[in-house]
Design a protein around this ligand. Structure first.
Ligand SMILES: Nc1nc2c(ncn2[C@@H]2O[C@H](COP(=O)(O)OP(=O)(O)OP(=O)(O)O)[C@@H](O)[C@H]2O)c(=O)[nH]1
Ligand SMILES: [Mg+2]
Length: 307
């Protein structure tokens, strides 16, 4: 095992920071490092926290971190795109929160901008989570904003996904895309100090009385006031209950099958010269070539080149 891998395994914070940068930016050696560390993974509890911009996800994660630290657990936080354009003060707020944990080696925080991550956000997040897992962190928290393909992909890699909703979002559940209802293993109604929390709770319950999950799990609903630290322990308990059912483990092979497919796709596409790809796309658009023949030709080229 290489020196960096050894240090990461041993919990060396500076080595971990260096490794995280390598992995995030896919620097040379990153894949080798992850290969070495992979057998050490599979121990951390990976919690995904997702929800609308400004719902209080960072505040919630911060409180969750405190609760976990009080229980003696080590934590790594991956904040994906904390610079949401909707809540201007979020970056500053996040920075202040980070500083509060700054002197605590038991909390490792990494922010990742959407645009920064080479090879896709889901890829970078998965690899970072594996790294923190290998470094012996007990819990890895992943905060993602909004609902989109990335969120859904990232939610798939978490053992438990907590969806943070807030009261008074207009039509509430009807307005929430079905996507987010499907990925939530636990629903957190944050800002329960504001009117409408009970109504939202009824609506979420009504939703799940109509649409049952294939795995038979009915997501618990927990009301929180993250800014006051209320309901955090209950939310953590709900996440643990889901984890204890073993349903997350069952999902693991399915997640890896998706992940492997993505890795393969990424690798194949990387091999195509960008210029060839753009030229072929233009030719297809102009009906000078058909897309089926183009794909065949690309595949032919790739399989004859070095593997
Ligand atoms: N009233 C009330 N305000 C809260 C609560 N939780 C968080 N807030 C406030 O809501 C604002 C947004 O909180 P953040 O934690 O930054 O929200 P976020 O979801 O991480 O935001 P983005 O990362 O920008 O999407 C802040 O001003 C918080 O202080 C709560 O339970 N009640
Ligand atoms: Mg945030």
């Amino acid at each position: 095992m290489g020196e960096l891998a050894e240090k990461v395994r041993g919990g060396d914070i500076r080595a971990l920071a260096r490794a995280a940068t390598m992995v995030e930016n896919r620097k040379p050696g990153a894949e080798e490092l992850l290969k070495e560390l992979f057998p050490r993974t599979g121990r951390a509890l990976i919690l995904g926290v997702t929800g609308a911009p400004g719902a209080g996800k960072s505040t919630f994660c911060d409180q969750l971190t405190r609760t976990l630290r009080d229980a003696g657990k080590t934590v790594a936080v991956i904040a994906v795109d904390p610079s949401s354009p909707y809540t201007g003060g979020a970056i500053l707020g996040d920075r202040i929160r980070m500083q509060q944990h700054h002197s605590d080696a038991g909390v490792f925080i990494r922010s990742m901008a959407t645009r920064g991550a080479l090879g896709g956000l889901a890829r970078a997040t998965t690899d970072l989570a594996l790294l923190f897992d290998a470094a012996g962190r007990d819990v890895v928290l992943i905060e993602t904003v909004g609902v989109g393909q990335d969120e859904v992909e990232i939610a798939r890699l978490a053992d438990v996904t907590l969806v943070v909703l807030v009261p008074g979002m207009g039509d509430d559940v009807q307005a929430i895309k079905a996507g987010i209802m499907e990925i939530g293993d636990v629903f957190v109604i944050n800002k329960s100090d504001q009117p409408g929390a009970d109504k939202l709770e009824r609506e979420i319950k009504a939703y799940f009385s109509l649409s049952h999950r294939p795995d038979g799990w009915t997501p618990p609903i927990v009301k929180t006031v993250a800014s006051e630290g209320q309901g955090i322990a209950e939310a953590l308990e709900a996440a643990r209950q889901y984890q204890e059912t073993g349903l997350a483990r069952e999902r693991s092979a399915e997640r890896w099958s998706l992940r492997l497919r993505e890795m393969l796709r990424e690798r194949l596409i990387e091999r195509l010269p960008v210029a060839d790809f753009a030229a072929a796309a233009a030719e297809v658009a102009e009906r000078r070539r058909d897309p089926y023949g183009v794909v065949e030709e690309f595949l032919e080229k790739m399989t004859h080149e070095r593997v």
